[in-house]
Write a protein that binds this ligand. Structure first.
Ligand code: IMP
Ligand code: MG
Length: 180
C-alpha cells in the first residue's frame, strides 16, 4: 500500500484521468484546426494536466504559462487575484485556451478572462480538469471540463494542500483536513 493511502482517498484514478484527457484533446483538436492555438496554463496547479493534455492534441500549438496568487487561506480564495508571472509572448490575434486545474468559486478564471480579453486575442476559451459547481460565485464559461467534483477539498495531479500532494498520480480527497 502506498504511504499516502492513509491520508488520501482516491476519487479519480490515473486511468480515468488519462481516458478523459484523451477525449478533451480530441475535442480541442477538432475545434482548433487551422487556428493559431496557444495554451496558457495557470500555475502551479495545471502543470501536470497541461503536460498530459498537450501531448494528446495532434495540432501545432504553443504553450505559455501564467502564475496567479489569491490572498486567502489554503482551502479557499479571497477573491483578490494577482498575476505573479505573466505570459512570455503577446496573445493578440491568437486563439487562447486557458488551462486550469479546478474552477471553484470562478473568481480566478473570471479575473483571468477579463485580463486576457483586454489584450485582444482572437478568441479565449477555458479548459479545466475539474469544477465544483456547488461553490460557483460568479458565472464563468467553461468550454472544456474533465470532471465535476462534489464540494470537498481535492488534492493530487497538480492540486495541493499547503504545497503538498501535487505529485500524486490521481485526484483524491484528504481524509482529515485540518481547517483553520
Ligand atoms: P476559484 O478562484 O475559487 O475558482 O479557485 C481556483 C483556485 O483555487 C484553483 O486554481 C486552485 O488553485 C484552488 N482550489 C480550489 N478548490 C481547490 C481544491 O479542492 N483543491 C485544491 N485547490 C483548490
Ligand atoms: Mg490553481
Amino acid at each position: 500500500m502506498n504511504s499516502w493511502a492513509a491520508e488520501v482517498e482516491v476519487l479519480i484514478d490515473a486511468e480515468r484521468l488519462s481516458k478523459r484527457i484523451g477525449e478533451l484533446a480530441a475535442e480541442i483538436r477538432r475545434d482548433f484546426q487551422g487556428r493559431d492555438l496557444v495554451l496558457v496554463g495557470v500555475l502551479k496547479g495545471s502543470f501536470l494536466f497541461m503536460a498530459d493534455l498537450v501531448r494528446r492534441i495532434e495540432l501545432p500549438l504553443r504553450c505559455d504559462f501564467l502564475g496567479v496568487s489569491s490572498y486567502g487561506d489554503e482551502t479557499k480564495t479571497s477573491g483578490v487575484i494577482r498575476i505573479t508571472s505573466d505570459v512570455s509572448r503577446p496573445v493578440e490575434g491568437c486563439d487562447v485556451l486557458l488551462v486550469e486545474d479546478i474552477v471553484d468559486t470562478g473568481l480566478t478564471i473570471n479575473y483571468l478572462l477579463e485580463n486576457l480579453r483586454a489584450r485582444r486575442p482572437r478568441t479565449v476559451k477555458v479548459c479545466t480538469l475539474l469544477e465544483k459547481p456547488a461553490r460557483r460565485r460568479v458565472p464563468v464559461p467553461i468550454d472544456y471540463c474533465g470532471f465535476s467534483v462534489p464540494d470537498v477539498f481535492v488534492v493530487g495531479y497538480g492540486l495541493d494542500y499547503r504545497g503538498l500532494y501535487r505529485n500524486l498520480p490521481f485526484v483524491g480527497q484528504l481524509r482529515h483536513l485540518e481547517v483553520g
